[in-house]
Design a protein around this ligand. Structure first.
Ligand code: KIV
Length: 270
């Protein structure tokens, strides 16, 4: 996969993107044939135990982007630019985005509308492909005053349409639409020539992205309406751990097949 192939998928084939944050997950996503792996800054709430994405640092993201690349050497990997890694200056944006490419990312994603057009342009001119992200942009949660659906008012609709056109003009290769009302997401998708990838933005986007932990049911306390649980891994893992505990307490594990004796043959794996 590459940026040009992704752009050509618009109108022909839906694009599938999923977040992943570590090597084993990335390997599964690659084996499943997922088009894009996004190392989202949702790393913060899904993996690092933060309340939201604001505390996530470049150093944390770099470790996880490198791990994802090691786990999925052939995948198209997008690294999310964390809060304040691109907002302070164009120089800072180029330097930080470049660090992601050096550890194996194919592209970066930045949150923000038309006001970030110059950042997108400078990154693209520097050889760094950029995915835009508009609608509900969690790094701006304090400005929005909460996680609200976007595009409900005429003012918000116009801003989103203007932003999508501006990001396209400045060279973004795709745009994530997060929590945008379906009608507006459709209008944006039909109004630009680059793919839109939706999350909570309805049926008409050029692709869809889901967060690893939501898709696989790893967090029993969080089941957003726009997401779908394709598995309930929380339950699966809970049951496995309970069984392990029981078997150790009862002396069932380890049994003869799991132990080494001076007559054992072979190595560690079965
Ligand atoms: O960080 C993330 O997981 C994201 C997706 C919700 C698109 O930005």
């Amino acid at each position: 996969m590459n940026v040009e192939k992704l752009k050509k998928m618009k109108g022909k084939e839906k694009i599938v993107m999923v977040t992943a944050y570590d090597a084993p997950s990335a390997r599964i996503a690659q084996d499943a044939g997922i088009d894009i792996i996004l190392v989202g800054d949702s790393l913060g709430n899904n993996v690092l135990g933060y309340e939201n994405t604001i505390p996530v640092t470049m150093e944390e993201m770099l470790i996880h982007v490198a791990a994802v690349r090691r786990g999925a050497p052939k995948a198209f990997v997008v690294a999310d630019m964390p809060f304040l890694s691109y907002q302070p200056s164009l120089e800072k944006a180029i330097e930080n985005a470049g660090r992601f490419l050096k550890v194996g990312a194919n592209a970066v994603k930045i949150e923000g509308g038309e006001e970030f057009g110059d950042v997108v342009q400078r990154l693209v001119e520097s050889g760094i492909p950029v995915m835009g992200h508009i609608g509900l942009t969690p790094q701006f949660v304090n400005r929005f005053g909460g996680y609200r659906v976007q595009g409900k008012t005429e003012k918000s609709r116009e801003y989103l349409l203007r932003s999508a056109r501006e990001l396209e003009k400045r060279g973004a290769f795709a745009i994530v639409l997060e929590m945008v009302v379906e009608e507006v997401a459709k209008e944006i998708t039909e109004g630009i020539s680059i793919p839109t990838i939706g999350i909570g933005s309805g049926r008409f986007c050029d692709g869809q992205v889901l967060v690893w932990h939501d898709l696989l049911g790893l967090n029993p306390d969080f089941a957003p309406r726009f997401s779908k649980r394709y598995a309930n891994l929380y339950e699966t893992i809970l049951k496995a751990l309970q069984e392990f505990k029981k078997e150790v307490k009862e002396g069932i594990f380890p049994s003869e097949e799991h132990v080494f004796t001076d007559k054992s043959q072979g190595g560690v794996s079965s």
